[in-house]
Unconditional design. Structure first.
Length: 326
């Protein structure tokens, strides 16, 4: 009996902790709320069964003779050892596999369709209309409308990645040669962080993306702005634009300019994104200049060459031009 006491106390304290309201629990999306509910019920149920078994075992070993004789009844053994587990596990299985929020939304057209492609090591994000036509492309920046169903079309053209927004939905793999679909509905506006959840190479840990859930009216306005071409560079930005067109346009696109490269991220509205290099750096002029000059030191192995041969004046000029693209 003394050897069982620590286990019983641990289970009791764990159950009590889970039973308390958990402030900041990840329930900002319908699907993650369902996962949270299932986890809580299964954990509390398992802890309760553990306590019951520990009590019965203690009585069988140290209880009064009358109780021990009753516990040895073959009918009780069959009921507790066979019938109860079958009934309890069947009930839990039916409840867990029952229709959740995702199943309820699986039919019908999603309000927003977003194609996300896992690159090495960043995220190509393409917003599509209802017919699948491209509206615009961005990178490492996902915006969603609150209270509306969003369908992600998940792809990879290189290795296996895994798309995961922990506070909104479960993870889903991105397989080369296959398109996987994930439906998400965020309950309220907020700011979240996504992450690749499948090891994909040297910079797997630095393959993140920003997620902002906006009120529907704000989301519609953001869509409208993103569909616009880049604003024309003023005289003070002309030098940086010229350097960009000479050195960067082969890999990057800026809509409304001659830059139409597709190897790297689309930079049309780069200045409005929360971070750089798939969540590695804050988005400001200094970080932009540092990334251009030393991207291989910051994120070794990425596909962008370092422009450390440029003088500081040219680096700042290109960074100011990119920062103006909002």
């Amino acid at each position: 009996m003394p050897s069982l006491l620590p286990l019983v106390l641990a289970a009791t304290m764990s159950t009590a902790a889970w039973a308390q309201p958990r402030h900041g629990a990840p329930a900002d999306g319908d699907d993650i709320g369902r996962i949270d509910q299932i986890s809580t019920v299964l954990y509390i149920g398992g802890a309760g069964i553990f306590l019951m078994v520990a009590l019965v075992m203690a009585l069988a070993m140290h209880g009064p003779e009358r109780v021990r004789r009753a516990l040895a009844n073959p009918a009780l053994i069959v009921a507790a050892g066979v019938a109860f587990p079958v009934l309890a596990l069947t009930a839990l299985l039916l409840w867990v596999l029952g229709p959740g929020p995702l199943a309820a939304r699986s039919s019908g057209m999603a309000a927003v369709r977003i194609e996300v492609t896992g690159e090495l090591w960043w995220w190509r994000v393409r917003y599509l209309d209802r017919s699948g036509t491209l509206l615009f492309e961005t990178a490492n920046d996902v915006r969603l409308p609150a209270g509306q169903t969003v369908e992600f079309l998940l792809r990879s053209d290189n290795v296996i990645h895994s798309f995961w927004i922990p506070e909104l939905a479960g993870k889903l793999d991105m397989m080369p040669g296959r398109v996987n679909r994930l439906r998400v509905m965020a309950s309220a506006p907020g700011v979240f962080r996504g992450q690749c959840a499948e090891y994909c190479g040297a910079q797997h840990a630095q393959m993140r993306f920003d997620v902002q859930v906006l009120a529907p009216a704000q989301f519609d306005e953001w869509l409208r702005q993103q569909r616009q071409p880049a604003r024309l560079a003023g005289p003070e930005l002309r030098h940086g634009e010229q350097l960009f067109q000479q050195a960067c346009a082969q890999c990057h696109a800026v809509r409304g300019t001659p830059a139409t490269g597709t190897m790297g991220p689309d930079l049309t509205h780069l200045g409005g994104r929360p971070s750089l290099a798939a969540g590695v750096l804050p988005n400001n002029v200094g970080a932009l200049a540092g990334w251009i000059a030393g991207g291989q030191h910051i994120k070794p192995g990425n596909a962008m060459p370092a422009f450390d041969q440029w003088p500081g004046e040219d680096l700042r000029a290109v960074a100011r031009y990119l920062e103006s693209l909002k």
